[in-house]
Ligand binder design. Structure first.
Ligand code: 5GP
Length: 112
C-alpha cells in the first residue's frame, strides 16, 4: 500500500483541502511554492504511464479539480503550474498518480 493509499484510507494524516468520490487533494508536506497541493485519484494508478483509455474521464477530473483549487486558493489570476512526475527520470517518488498544483510565485523554466 502506498503512502497516498494510506492517506485516502484515513490511515495516515494529511492536510486535506478537498475530497469527492474520485479524488482527494492534500497540502504537500514539503511545499515548493506558497501553494503546493497534490490532487490524488482514489483509484490506485501508479502514474500516467499506467493509465488506460478507461481512465480518460478520471484524468480530466483531476485537471478540473486542480483548476477549481487554484481558484479557491487565490492563484488563478496570477497563474500556476500543474506537474505530473512519471517514473525515475520524471522524479516520481510516490508510486500513486498525483497532480502537483504549484503557485503563489513565478515558476522558472526549464524545470530542474
Ligand atoms: P513526486 O516526487 O512523487 O512527484 O511527489 C511526491 C510528493 O509527495 C512530494 O512533493 C513530497 O513532498 C510529498 N510527500 C511525501 N510524503 C508526504 C506526506 O507524508 N504527506 C504529504 N502531504 N506529502 C508528502
Amino acid at each position: 500500500m502506498t503512502l497516498f493509499a494510506k492517506i485516502i484510507a484515513g490511515e495516515f494524516p494529511a492536510d486535506k483541502v478537498h475530497e469527492d468520490e474520485q479524488c482527494i487533494a492534500i497540502r504537500d508536506i514539503n511545499p515548493q511554492a506558497p501553494v503546493h497541493i497534490l490532487v490524488i485519484p482514489k483509484k490506485p494508478l501508479v502514474n500516467v504511464a499506467s493509465a488506460a483509455a478507461e481512465d480518460e474521464k478520471l484524468l480530466g477530473h483531476l485537471m478540473l479539480t486542480a483548476k477549481a483549487l487554484a481558484i479557491s486558493e487565490g492563484i488563478a489570476e496570477t497563474g500556476y503550474r500543474l506537474v505530473l512526475n512519471v517514473g525515475r527520470h520524471g522524479g516520481q517518488s510516490v508510486d500513486h498518480l498525483h497532480v502537483h498544483l504549484l503557485g503563489g510565485r513565478a515558476m522558472g523554466w526549464p524545470p530542474g
